[in-house]
Design a protein around this ligand. Structure first.
Ligand SMILES: [Zn+2]
Length: 433
């Protein structure tokens, strides 16, 4: 099933609407967001200079730091009166990245999610359990309205509370599971411990996974443990949230809603646009967003594009599997974590020296972050209660900033590795292939 006719338009039609909407989006951004006016002026560009899709590359990039510098509402192109929803995600400091939506944006979002879930095979006969966090994170609410829009029965379960998830899944006869891929594996593990075989005892038939990259081996494992079709979808709050692209049943790259987003692949070092098929950083321009138009946003996600028509009948460009990040951001259990965030927390605690180490592993199927911290002074080692206090303090502060807990390991002074030049403080030992 295909949700909307735009997904099967030929390239000419897609490009025609893209150009029309790009011009509008550029005008809206330039006239209402000081940041864009500054960016355009700095390279001597005017909105009317954008005459073809090829002119897109003249527009300077937008980066996550732009959101931070314009916190909280400086990126909005409409008066706050017109904003009906505000979401936020964690940034490189304590301040989150704030995004807003008009009524029309919310409707568009529901429509684009409808495309994604329909492509995965969801219909109005399905019961969909959303095990993404609701709240400021865009994942829960994003999927929610789109699934309702296609007529599925939505269970807004939110993440966590795994045994109850499983109980409801069984009792409510859930057929669609929405969560991060690692959580899907974790739920399966807990179910097995409860004596429930997800494949036999549950009715789940489709998984819609997002929020973190999913390796092929993890996908295969999810499919075999659950006996489902495991699809992935993509988005990020700066661009709207989930709904930018999603897998169809052929799982051969995520279809991008090109009448709402223009995707480019650039060389992350030079910023040069790369041809079809080459791997580089994904750059997205929003075409229809009213509250928050975003021009040439550098996602930091490494992928490639293909414009070949898909077996499913959709003609939209597909982005292939995410091949990691072009910067040092870690994704832990679906949450964005920057080593600099951790550093800024540690800097504020006097018992601790400047040396630390972040180790990311998989504990079963869940990401586990361990932080080894060196004491500033050996005298703290003498008392166990003192160590415990320090470790609690660090854990509490980190939790406040990152929104997730980590394992704190306090070590003696001068035991962690020292570096000449750029420190390698992060060891990501998860096996992502
Ligand atoms: Zn397809």
């Amino acid at each position: 099933m295909i949700w909307s006719k735009e997904e099967t338009w030929d390239r000419k039609e897609i490009e025609k609407i893209q150009l029309e909407r790009l011009k509008e989006s550029v005008k809206r951004a330039y006239e209402n967001v000081p940041l864009y006016k500054e960016k355009f002026d700095s390279v001597g560009l005017k909105p009317e200079d954008i005459k073809s899709l090829d002119d897109l590359k003249k527009i300077p990039f937008t980066v996550k730091d732009d959101f931070r510098a314009n916190y909280p509402f400086g990126m909005f192109a409409v008066p706050k009166k017109e904003v009906v929803r505000i979401h936020a995600s964690s940034g490189t400091t304590g301040k989150p990245t704030v995004v807003g939506y008009t009524k029309k944006d919310i409707r568009t979002w529901a429509e684009l999610i409808s495309r994604v879930v329909t492509a995965a095979g969801v219909t109005d006969d399905d019961t969909a359990q959303i095990a993404f966090g609701y709240g400021l994170f865009t994942g829960g609410f994003g999927l929610h309205y789109g699934l309702e829009n296609v007529g599925a029965s939505v269970i807004p379960m939110s993440s966590g509370n795994t045994e109850k998830q499983i109980m409801l899944m069984k009792d409510f006869e859930t057929t669609v599971l929405i969560c991060t891929p690692s959580y899907a594996l974790y739920i399966a593990e807990v179910a097995e411990k409860m004596g429930i075989d997800p494949k036999k005892d549950l009715k789940v038939r489709i998984g819609l996974f997002g929020g973190e990259a999913c390796s092929e081996s993890a996908r295969t494992e999810i499919e075999s443990k659950w006996g489902i079709l495991a699809t992935q979808n993509y988005g990020m709050s700066e661009l709207m949230g989930p709904g930018v692209s999603g897998d169809c049943e052929y799982q051969c790259g995520m279809h991008i809603s090109e009448d709402h987003f223009i995707a480019e692949i650039i060389d992350p070092k030079t910023g040069e646009v790369l041809p079809e098929g080459e791997i580089g950083e994904l750059v997205i321009t929003t075409l229809t967003k009213e509250a928050l138009p975003v021009l040439r946003y550098r996602t930091k996600d490494m992928t490639s594009l293909t414009y070949e028509k898909c077996k499913c009948g959709r003609t939209t460009a597909r982005m292939l599997k995410i091949r990691g990040r072009s910067d040092d951001m870690l994704i832990i259990r679906g949450v964005n974590v920057f080593p600099t965030q951790i550093e800024s927390v540690l800097e504020g605690i006097e018992e601790i020296g400047p040396h630390y180490e972040i180790i990311v592993t998989k504990n079963g199927h869940l990401d586990q972050m361990t932080i080894n911290i060196e004491l500033a002074d050996g005298k703290f080692l003498e008392k166990f209660s003192c160590l415990e206090q320090i470790s609690k303090k660090v854990d509490h502060k980190l939790k406040t900033v990152l929104g997730l807990s980590s394992k704190i390991n306090i070590v003696q002074p001068r035991t962690l590795e020292r570096f000449e030049g750029k420190a390698k403080r992060v060891k990501d030992l998860r096996n992502v292939n």
